[in-house]
Design a protein. Structure first.
Lengths: 251, 405
């Protein structure tokens, strides 16, 4: 199973990343390669991402109607389920279908994640392991080992300056905020608020624990996610609406 | 409640998948080899100990430590994630200990060089016993950067190569230390690229090969970078070895090259199907080189022409250097198979006989180079067990867990 994964997904991803690294300016080669590779992968997955974003948007638009149904059939769960499915059908939404784009992206992200870690070869064991995954190519041989320096970062070491942690946490917060609708239910609102804070904090913490190459990938991924959401979702979404609501509330 | 559960389940799934597919970088484990003074074996264990092992006592199955045996844990202070608090943890050892003037020199991955006195360690005295010739460099809690290659002792100096990070860039640095007291004699200028190598010394000149594809030469007395350097088309993966004015080194282009010292071009290049990770063994005019492609090659030292009709195939990768055992060459594959190969013909066999026993010789991963002593081949496996292999009887004579207190 692992060998199939390695041959079909991991090795092509790793070797592409290394080859790309070899084509970049030498001082910042691997950092740029991660950025370009992340952008390319996100572009390839754009149709899937757009489909997912639209599905989520449609689901959110149905929320008021869903609330009405929940209120109306609070005591009849079977009827509620029946009416909910009917609502989805009328709106042309497959609730399970919105999970598929996420599942398709999943192995790609794992492969990218794994490629970065393996390619950086921070320990001698990693470098030894890397030898078993490389294609026979002079371009790849020339690019190995990759130069792990990028701007102020050593991509093979955690960033101790906290700058990357703040950027990763901040962009993750913005991306989540754009897609999280304000809830009239105080309990739900408090839960949403907790999740909005928890995920960026967790990834901020991961950033100071993992080699900086990975947080760089998260940062670029978040930025592209924000861009996609802005274009497909039509603006800043709930980031702006939430803010304006908060400002206008006292009056 | 549902909205809380979903992201948490998704996060848990990511973490499970990540750990299943090995996304997290594995921790440095170390693969220090074995050295011997003819009576004892000195080995660096996977849990950061230097052990003096008496082969007779181990063969007899006596409890450890027996006569003249000891274990010294090499530790380092580690700061917490947020810089709060420190804890003492076992050092990681990649460098094989080196014997010099009755002492044992050790380089650690956390950037320390130690000189141990066997008598002081046997007596269990605190380290370092300066009167016994023990020292540690640096003497403070500072680190000189990860040491992966072995220290090299030349005349009254110890040379070690390490790497330092400076403003996001990694540079190689060579240190020369006084062999008797551990004083810093000189520190080289920053060399391009990581240095995970054992420095080679010849005629008062220190040679190091870098990941960036340079071989630098330094004056052993002053540390000054000398005018001659060799620039390869590809980075260098192995440590350099010098025999008879020719330097041999493995490249990231799956080749082994021979460069005459002082020359601008290589004398020859031999290609394999993977890297020459370990340094070759040179006996007379033949160079025995093991590759991660699983082959053991015998090459003419002067011309690079293959000496055997076919290279010896272990069917697995070989990370450790070959060793000479009488008229045979012994190599250990990464999956733990010991192979004994005839020097002249290149014909060999696995230990034990695969037709009788299909399990690998030591049944554990092996990266360190083996050692041949008094008719036995000693192998330090990654499961932290020392194996003694009888290459004639083609069997495991005994094994000894190195994490035994």
């Amino acid at each position: 199973m692992i060998e199939v994964w390695n041959v079909i997904i991991l090795r092509p991803a790793m070797n592409s990343l290394i080859a790309l690294s070899g084509a970049m300016p030498s001082a910042i080669e691997f950092g740029l390669a991660i950025i370009v590779f992340t952008i390319v992968v996100r572009l390839v997955l754009t149709p899937v991402t757009i489909k997912q974003t639209k599905s989520m948007k449609s689901m959110q638009e149905l929320q008021p109607k869903m609330k009405e149904l929940q209120k109306k059939y609070a005591k009849n769960k079977a009827k509620l389920q029946q009416e909910t499915m009917k609502l989805y059908k009328e709106a042309g939404i497959n609730p399970v279908g919105c999970m598929w784009p996420m599942l398709i992206q999943f192995p790609v992200w794992i492969a990218l994640y794994q490629s970065i870690i393996k390619t950086l070869a921070t320990t001698p064991e990693n470098l030894l392991d890397l030898s078993q995954h490389l294609y026979r190519s002079e371009t790849i041989a020339r690019a190995i080992p990759v130069n792990s320096s990028f701007l102020w970062l050593d991509l093979g070491q955690p960033d101790t300056t906290m700058i990357l942690a703040i950027l990763v946490g901040g962009t993750m917060f913005v991306q989540q905020k754009m897609t999280t609708p304000p809830s009239p239910d105080p309990r739900q609102a408090s839960t949403n608020q907790m999740m909005l804070m928890m995920m960026p904090l967790m990834f901020g913490l991961f950033t100071i624990m993992f080699p900086a190459g990975l947080p760089l990938f998260w940062l670029i991924s978040n930025l592209i996610g924000i861009g996609t959401q802005y274009v497909v979702g039509g603006g800043w979404g709930y980031l702006r609406r939430g803010a304006s609501k908060a400002v206008t509330k006292p009056s | 409640m549902k909205s809380v559960r979903l992201p948490l389940i998704a996060l848990a799934a990511i973490l499970v998948a990540a750990s299943t597919f090995g996304c997290a970088a594995p921790a440095a484990q170390g693969f220090a080899g074995i050295v011997s003074d003819g009576e004892h074996l000195y080995v660096g264990s996977a849990d950061g100990q230097i052990l003096a092992v008496n082969p007779s006592a181990r063969a007899a199955g006596e409890p450890f430590p027996s006569t003249e045996e000891w274990a010294y844990p090499v530790t380092t202070l580690v700061r917490g994630t947020f810089g709060c608090g420190t804890s003492e943890v076992a050092s990681t050892l990649y460098a094989t200990p080196v014997l010099t003037d009755g002492h044992i020199c050790v380089g650690t991955y956390d950037g320390k060089v130690l000189m141990l006195d066997p008598d002081a360690r046997l007596a269990g005295m605190s380290f370092p016993q300066l009167r016994a010739g023990e020292w540690m460099y640096p003497r403070t809690d500072d680190s000189i950067g990860p040491i992966v290659g072995d220290p090299t002792v030349y005349e009254d100096k110890v040379f070690v190569a390490s790497s330092v990070s400076d403003r996001g860039r990694t540079h190689g640095v060579v240190y020369a230390l006084d062999r008797a007291y551990g004083d810093e004699l000189w520190v080289s200028e920053h060399l391009d690229g990581k240095l995970w190598v054992t420095p080679a010394v010849s005629d008062g000149v220190v040679y190091v090969s870098t990941f960036d594809g340079h071989v630098y030469s330094l004056d052993a007395a002053t540390g000054e970078t000398l005018p001659w350097s060799y620039e390869g088309e590809f980075g260098f993966v192995s440590s350099p070895v010098i025999v008879g004015n020719i330097l041999y080194v493995g490249t990231f282009n799956r080749s082994l090259i021979a460069v005459p010292l002082g020359a601008e071009t290589k004398a020859w290049e031999f290609h394999a199907n993977n890297w020459f990770w370990s340094t070759p063994l040179i006996v007379d005019d033949v160079l025995y080189a093991a590759s991660l492609d699983g082959m053991l090659y015998a090459l003419d030292r002067e011309t690079g022409v293959a000496r055997w009709v076919e290279p010896y195939d272990t069917d697995d990768s070989i990370a450790g250097s070959p060793v000479l055992a009488n008229d045979s060459i012994v190599v250990v594959s990464q999956s733990g198979d010991v192979h004994v190969v005839d020097r002249a013909s290149g014909m060999g066999a696995r230990v034990p006989d695969p037709t009788r026993d299909r399990a690998s010789t030591v049944n554990a991963e092996v990266v360190a180079s083996p050692l041949y002593l008094d008719g036995l081949v000693y192998v330090r496996a990654q499961n932290n067990v020392l194996f003694a292999i009888d290459p004639v009887a083609r069997s495991v004579a005994y094994s000894f867990p190195l994490d035994m207190e």
